[in-house]
Design a protein around this ligand. Structure first.
Ligand SMILES: NC(=O)c1ccc[n+]([C@@H]2O[C@H](COP(=O)([O-])OP(=O)(O)OC[C@H]3O[C@@H](n4cnc5c(N)ncnc54)[C@H](OP(=O)(O)O)[C@@H]3O)[C@@H](O)[C@H]2O)c1
Length: 257
């Protein structure tokens, strides 16, 4: 797609944060390529975008296939300036079912690294570009309810630190986005989502972080202080607090007779 516009791929743009960010980038003048598992939903989104766009069905779980498809997508775009790796899944997995743990690792960690690899490769040849990874505040500590989710986000943040080190003397930017609670399908129905923000507000903050050339951005920024404090808490105290939070979150909301 020959165009003088800046070009972005948003991986996982059919719903939630990815969808809002695709709209924001389009409104800011980017030619946006949308990817996810549902072409139908991506095509619906295309109709809402103010600017030019492409839509491709790409499942990041099959990493070989995904790498091939993302390379082709960059060729179809004729260039790339920004790769946003947003695809993610979260399952509350207290019984620790392996299929759910595996799915989170496949999408959030393996899928992330595969797409980051394609972007890194392309930007190294080009000499410039920006990789944005959507991690989470969950990257900082473990979770008994969803061990693979928090561990996968720790992987994402750590991987990006590695990429920043690798690209330190280049014009390649790597931005680690760590949202708190965002009102999307991923967390809907849960209790205790303090400080929750809309996907649109998250998209605004993410866009600003990229524009300002940040390395790491908490969304909203006050989560940076909360997570700094939480990191200082000894593990025994953290486990005690987390168990109390879980037992409270499990309680059914009161219903009228
Ligand atoms: N919501 C929160 O409170 C919160 C907080 C911190 C971090 N995050 C992170 O933010 C990112 C976006 O989450 P969200 O809250 O916007 O949730 P969401 O609405 O469920 O969006 C998840 C996106 O990932 C895509 N996706 C899932 N599996 C995929 C696969 N195998 N291949 C390709 N795409 C896939 C989905 O598209 P399809 O289903 O169409 O494939 C969808 O576009 C995730 O990485 C999440 O971990 C969210």
């Amino acid at each position: 797609m020959k165009s003088s516009k800046k070009k972005a791929i948003v991986v996982g743009s059919s719903t939630g944060i990815g969808r809002a960010l695709a709209k924001k980038l389009s409104a800011e003048g980017y030619l946006v390529a949308l990817t996810g598992r549902s072409l139908e939903r991506l095509q619906e989104l295309q109709k809402e975008l103010p600017g030019e766009s492409l839509a491709r069905e790409i499942d990041v779980r099959d990493t070989r296939e995904a790498i091939h498809n993302f390379r082709n997508l960059i060729m179809a775009l004729h260039d790339l300036d920004l790769m946003v790796i947003n695809a993610g899944v979260l399952f509350q997995n207290e019984p620790l079912q392996w299929n759910l743990e595996e799915e989170m690792i496949k999408v959030n960690a393996l899928g992330f690294a595969a797409v980051a690899n394609v972007a890194a490769d392309y930007f190294l040849q080009k000499g410039a570009g920006c990789i944005v990874g959507i991690s989470s505040v969950a990257a900082h500590r473990g979770s008994g309810r969803s061990p693979a989710y928090n561990a996968s986000k720790a992987f994402v943040s750590n991987y990006m630190e590695g990429l920043r080190q690798k690209f330190s003397n280049t014009a390649i930017q790597v931005v680690d986005i760590r949202p708190g609670f965002v009102d999307t399908e991923m967390v809907r129905g849960r209790k205790g989502l303090f400080g929750i923000i809309s996907p649109e507000k998250a998209a605004e903050d993410i866009y600003e972080a990229v524009r300002k050339g940040k390395r790491i951005a908490y969304v909203p920024s006050w989560w940076g202080i909360v997570m700094w404090l939480l990191r200082q808490v000894p593990e025994s105290v953290y486990h005690w607090g987390y168990r109390r939070y879980l037992s409270w979150d499990k309680k059914k909301p009161a219903t009228l007779p």
